[in-house]
Design a protein around this ligand. Sequence first.
Ligand code: NDP
Length: 490
Amino acid sequence: MTDIEPRKSESLAPTSWDYAPAPESRDVVTLRERYGHFVAGDWLEPSETYTTISPSSEEPLAVIGQATAEEVDVAVGAAREAFANGWSALPGSERAKYLFRIARILQERSREFAVLESLNGGKPIKESRDVDLPLAAAHFFYYAGWADKLEYAFPNRAPRPIGVAGQIIPWNFPLLMLAWKIAPALAAGNTVVLKPAETTPLSALLFCDVVRQAELPPGVVNIVTGDGSTGAAIVTHEDVDKIAFTGSTEVGKAIQRELAGTGKKLTLELGGKAANVIFDDAALDQAVEGIVNGIYFNQGHVCCAGSRLLVQESIYEQLISKLKRRLSTLRVGDPLDKNTDVGAINSKMQLEKIEELVAAGKEEGAEIYQPPCTLPEKGYWFVPTVFTNVAQSYRIAQEEIFGPVLSVLTFRTPDEAVEKANNTMYGLSAGVWTEKGSRILWMAERLRAGVVWANTYNRFDPTSPFGGYRESGFGREGGRHGLEPYLRFE
Ligand code: NDP
């Protein structure tokens, strides 16, 4: 037998396996230089404007309208006219056709929308491509199915549309939140005036193209862009019959105060500080994936993010060391790179808020862990962070950080886990990881949260209602429940 000759070449087998860049092409999206408001099926030239940017490069993307109260009034007028002149009287089966059409067009144009969403919002393309877009289309498909079955959804209650819905959405899931709002409203026979968030208007503006392509009657969907003052003008407009708001608890409370006594319908989907509870019998590697998905998905800009990790004491060391190892494999960077796990923080303001709360966490005595990570020079970025040694009273255990920052606490018994999980002013979501089905049910009964995920996290489906308790708001979106806020009953 001959001896194996040793390798002489200098080029040794690779010692590390770095990912090559895999950028998605930007060419699939054509941006205009300037956008107006979409009113009565046409573009309304705005009287005031601002510039929207890409948070990953700070590059200006387009000039956007900043709607004044007068412009909001024109949009509401268009919605009222469309409601009165045909849309509300259209048979449900006809409304369904439009919604099916919108759903199909979103699917067909999903790559274009996904690129735009990542460009304007900073989220990784693999998330906008694999989560935001499929779910947005699924919402339209789902509610298209209900449009001609409202009598069956609410038997013996004679459901009728309400009128004009004012809808105000945040920047974390721009197109998906639009779908959550517009699909049930239209299925129920209402018309809408929707305002996207100031920092992420572009996918809503591209959606106007879809509305036209689907030949939706003019005025059924109106989109006005602008900052909080535009939102406030929608809220206070006399001819708006219902407000649907997703955003911060602070603004939600202000809207509730404003609407008290007006008779307008209101649903609020606000903040959260969810507990993700890991029992010692859980499949730990799967739980680690669930923890990562729970808090680092969409840079932690998720109202139902699992931002408080509750770990049973007996597995604490093991779990935290697995989690830290997993964190070091997360790739932070260009949102348009298909390998990116964590993209850019949505805005400078949000980055400053995260930095302030992280500084408070250090100050209060929590121990910080951040994996080695090179951040791009331009844009807004934050390294995925874990805080251990966190007390329940710390700000990082109480306040919504809305960033890639996890606060870890421990517990010994199921009762203690429930007590700690419920020790929050919010009540939007929670996660439970255990092998025992009986324990899942026991926990789900006691956790005060609108959604409880078991052995998974951040899983959404249009058929499943979503919403919170206490300071997380009220009303449900998704499922049959999601139709109710858009209906009155005779
Ligand atoms: P806001 O609640 O201010 O924004 C949500 C939407 O409401 C946006 O379209 C916003 O416009 C609009 N708005 C703002 N002020 C008013 C008003 N007075 N009347 C009517 N509409 C208004 O959230 P922020 O973007 O300021 O984020 C702040 C914090 O809120 C975050 O750090 C996070 O903690 C939390 N948040 C929670 C969300 C959730 O899904 N639960 C979503 C977003 C934020 P504009 O974009 O111009 O401000």
